[in-house]
Write a protein that binds this ligand. Structure first.
Ligand code: NAP
Length: 276
């Protein structure tokens, strides 16, 4: 088994994920895994960083595929005996003018952004080593979407006692409500991406609370963040930040020093804790 520290970034063959791997290769004192659902795209990204003189490693990971997540889990367990840094970056968004029916957009978006991210956490959080750092890439859109929820839903999503099971039920209810075209009547905002990112932010709050309850003394810090508006295939060329600038807040959270005890369980943007 290797004694090296190890970091994993999901969805890192392009965009912000690739920029996070680039920065980790420069700043993290250990092995850095660029992961991609498509090995060809992943290896091409590794080659691109090698051209820059960096040495990322590669592992396949499709967060929609439980077998793929478990293969990575087993690999990390066997080779490193755990994990030091996990950045849950992989995500999807339909374009604004996409004509796919809203109910389909809701199901597909929630599947990756919420349920896929949750499955990665379920399998990999138990592997986190003491002083581990977990960064869940959410979005400011989660805050605006929260504001578009009914008072009842807002109260649930802001609750300090909501359980993961209750959150999963609510995310499933959103998808079901869109299929019946009753989501707005039921208090949901009209954004599948926004609801999926509410899920990511609230999941992060719950997971941080569970770490406090069950693994106190291990000094693991877990946060959700927004990278800003970043020029990638997702956000387009008009966005204000370069991918490397978009990586700054996720990297700040991934590399919080070992004597830090905060932020933890927060929503962070521009390296600053924002109210939820
Ligand atoms: P992007 O350029 O579209 O990159 C998304 C990455 O996620 C790609 O590598 C993609 O892989 C991967 N991915 C998608 N589904 C996956 C799956 N099932 N398994 C594994 N990987 C998967 O988008 P981005 O702008 O860099 O976004 C990165 C994260 O930042 C996302 O969570 C996004 O919601 C968030 N974010 C972005 C912005 C922004 O302005 N760009 C703002 C706020 C939050 P493929 O190449 O195989 O599709």
């Amino acid at each position: 088994m290797s004694n090296a520290q190890v970091a994993v970034v999901t969805g890192s063959n392009k965009g912000i994920g690739l920029a996070i791997v680039r920065a980790l290769c420069k700043q993290f004192p250990g092995d850095v895994y660029l992961t991609s659902r498509d090995p060809g795209r992943g290896q091409a990204a590794v080659a691109q960083l090698q051209q820059e003189g960096l040495r990322p490693l590669f592992h396949q990971l499709d967060i929609d595929d439980l077998q793929s997540i478990r293969a990575l889990r087993d690999f990390l367990k066997e080779k490193y005996g755990g994990l030091n840094v996990l950045v849950n970056n992989a995500g999807i968004a339909f374009k604004v003018h996409d004509t796919t029916p809203f109910a389909v957009q809701a199901e597909v978006t929630l599947k990756t952004n919420f349920f896929g991210t949750r499955n990665v956490c379920t399998e990999l959080l138990p592997l986190m080593k003491p002083y581990g750092r977990v960064v869940n890439v959410s979005s400011m859109v989660s805050r605006s979407a929260l504001g578009g929820c009914s008072q009842e839903l807002q109260q649930k999503f802001r609750s300090d006692t909501i359980t993961e099971e209750e959150l999963v039920q609510l995310m499933n209810k959103f998808v079901e409500d869109t299929k019946k075209s009753v989501h707005e009547k039921e208090g949901w905002p009209n954004t599948a991406y926004g609801v999926s990112k509410i899920g990511v932010t609230v999941l992060s709050r719950i997971q941080a609370r569970l770490l406090n309850e069950k693994r106190k003394g291990e000094h693991i810090l877990l946060n959700a963040c927004c990278p800003g508006w970043v020029r990638t295939d997702m956000a387009g060329p008009k966005a204000t930040k370069s991918p490397d600038e978009g990586a700054e807040t996720p990297i700040y959270l991934a590399l919080l020093p070992s004597n830090a005890d905060a932020p933890h369980g927060q929503f962070v943007s521009d390296k600053t804790v924002k109210p939820w």
